[in-house]
Design a protein around this ligand. Structure first.
Ligand code: PLP
Length: 402
């Protein structure tokens, strides 16, 4: 029996997502999403009475194990793979580390190619090895020619973010996968046994994009529960059958030896229900948020003609509103907006706060001054048209006060 997603209202333009209400000025869904009510309900029994360790052998533990395997089946079904290929992790940072370190530690003379706009949970582990970086254009789109040009006969892994957590640009993952297939064939012809694996970090993708692993053409895929109305510190790494990874944690051998440690069943169940629901709501939410996204950009440009929209206009997450107000101090604007009841971000909220200018915006060729005037607003299930209209009016008000 698979976990059920329950029901949600279809007629309103907002969705019931949790028992807590989300402040109407919340525009930081890329940093954190609240827990969905169906997710809370599915998790609750495993936070209360059903505490048994799925690895034990008595009946209640065996029941826990079967819930664990049902959750794995659910996740596998959603992304179109075999259950055995799903490794549950404590979030996307861990899944990304497992993908990179798990491959690269086996190839001391190998190298990895990443894009210039990866999340730090990709770039930081990649920097422990020989790493090459593919350029992006001024919209944050990976330059496929630059990427292919970086691959040499020792390249074992390519990792490209599926959708940017900062500017929302969506990368042509399936297209890149086809190019890599050509290189694999060429390697076979010349007798080069070095594998060429392809990983994508889909931490921001589950609510809005097709995350079917075969259609994407990837060997490994990271997903993140905390960005899709599921629990934080829940996630998966999909690892294609036959791909050998070296674990980054050693111990009891859970998760096929790739993620030792007693399974966190509540998080796992929560992740699987959240993923099912995120994908079930995907097309409704994409349509709804695209309308709000266009409304925001149109109203912003008409009220603040100098405002610049960052990221790709078409290949973009529908919930991302990333802008530059040149000559402005983004932190000051965020504090002013905070006083008016809005929560926004200067960029990636997932890294500890630092004064280093965003590497993503730098790679997109924004000047330091433009970066200092850049802001990220991200919408979600509770964002309404009135919220967006109030936000634009409030941004205009902050500029009038400056
Ligand atoms: N990858 C991307 C694209 C992200 O946006 C984030 C966090 O925001 C992560 C990885 C890391 O996720 P976590 O901090 O939940 O492990």
């Amino acid at each position: 029996m698979h976990t059920s997603v329950g029901s949600w209202p279809k007629s309103t333009n907002q969705f019931i997502i949790g028992s807590m209400s989300v402040p109407s000025g919340y525009f930081d869904y890329a940093a954190a999403t609240p827990l969905d009510t169906d997710v809370i309900n599915a998790m609750t029994p495993f936070l209360e009475g059903c505490f048994f360790n799925p690895s034990a052998i008595y009946e209640s533990a065996r029941k826990s194990k079967s819930v664990l395997e049902d959750s794995r089946k659910t996740v596998a079904e959603v992304i179109g793979v075999k259950p055995v290929d799903i490794i549950f992790t404590a979030g996307a940072t861990e899944a990304n580390n497992l993908a990179i370190r798990g491959v690269m530690s086996q190839f001391p003379s190998g190298n990895i190619v990443i894009s210039a706009i990866e999340h730090e949970s990709i770039s930081a582990p990649a920097e422990k090895y020989q790493v090459k970086t593919a350029d992006v254009d001024d919209k944050g789109l990976v330059d496929i020619e630059s990427l292919i040009g970086k691959i040499d006969e020792e390249t074992v892994l390519i990792s490209i973010i599926l959708a940017s957590n900062e500017v929302g640009t969506v990368q042509p993952i399936a297209k890149i996968a086809k190019e890599l297939e050509i290189i694999r064939k060429q390697r076979k012809e010349v007798g080069n046994p070095t594998p060429l694996y392809f990983h994508t970090d889909g931490a921001q993708a589950s609510n809005y994009l097709d995350i079917h692993a075969h259609r994407l053409g990837v060997d490994m895929l990271t997903l993140n529960g905390g960005k899709m109305y599921g629990p934080k510190q829940s996630g998966i790494l999909y690892v294609k059958s036959g791909l050998q990874l070296e674990p980054i944690l050693y111990g009891g051998g859970q998760e096929r030896g790739l993620r030792s440690g007693s399974e966190n069943l509540a998080q796992i169940v929560g992740f699987s229900v959240a993923l099912q629901k995120a994908q079930a709501l995907r097309s409704i939410e994409v349509d709804r948020l695209q309308i709000l996204q266009h409304l925001f950009f149109d109203q912003l440009i008409s009220r603040i003609p100098g405002a610049k929209i960052n990221g790709h206009r078409k290949h973009r997450l529908p919930n991302n509103l990333h802008i530059t107000l040149e000559g402005q101090d983004n932190e000051r604007i965020i504090m002013m907006l905070d006083e008016m009841g809005f929560s926004a971000s200067t960029g990636s909220a997932c890294s500890a706060s630092s004064d280093v200018p965003s590497h993503v915006l730098k790679a997109m060729n924004l000047s330091d001054q433009q970066i200092s005037g850049s802001l990220r607003f991200t919408m979600g299930r509770q964002t309404s048209q009135q919220d967006v209209e109030r936000l634009v009016a409030s941004i205009a008000e902050t500029l009038a006060q400056n």
